[in-house]
Design a protein around this ligand. Structure first.
Ligand code: FES
Ligand code: FES
Length: 133
């Protein structure tokens, strides 16, 4: 089978889809390989990500990876969310076909882009913290 059961589950029933009205950070990234786009919304209280939602104009793997990525960072600290790698996302889904690995990069970058936006809104240069997006 090409896709794991977890991928199929997150594709069919994506978690945390939507927008957050008064988000504290909003990230938008595009995938240069396929042209897909993803938007990520974060609610941050102190140092903790209390809520997260996403929207994607992307493929099934992009939906599944962002869905599980939102579950992996919800309730976590910013530091923990910054450590989320696309590799961890792929592992949490029990793998992805090689041609779909780049889709998981979109999820990781959307989280980082939203955190960068959060720091910018605080008047803090995000690059030393989040890195280049
Ligand atoms: Fe966009 Fe994958 S190429 S759906
Ligand atoms: Fe475009 Fe998956 S093929 S994000």
């Amino acid at each position: 089978m090409m896709y794991s059961e977890k991928v199929m589950d997150h594709f069919a029933n994506p978690r945390n889809v939507g927008e957050i009205e008064n988000a504290d950070g909003v990230g938008e990234v595009g995938n240069p390989k396929c042209g897909d786009i993803m938007k990520m919304f974060l609610k941050i209280d102190g140092n903790v990500i209390t809520d997260v939602k996403f929207k994607t104009f992307g493929c099934g793997a992009a939906i599944a990876t962002s869905s599980i990525a939102t579950e992996m960072i919800k309730g976590k600290t910013i530091d923990e969310a910054l450590k989320l790698t696309n590799k961890a996302v792929v592992e949490a889904l029990d793998g992805l076909p090689p041609v779909k690995i780049h889709c998981s990069v979109l999820a990781e970058q959307a989280v980082k882009s939203a955190l960068a936006d959060y720091y910018r809104r605080q008047g803090v240069d995000p690059e030393p913290i989040v890195g280049k997006i």
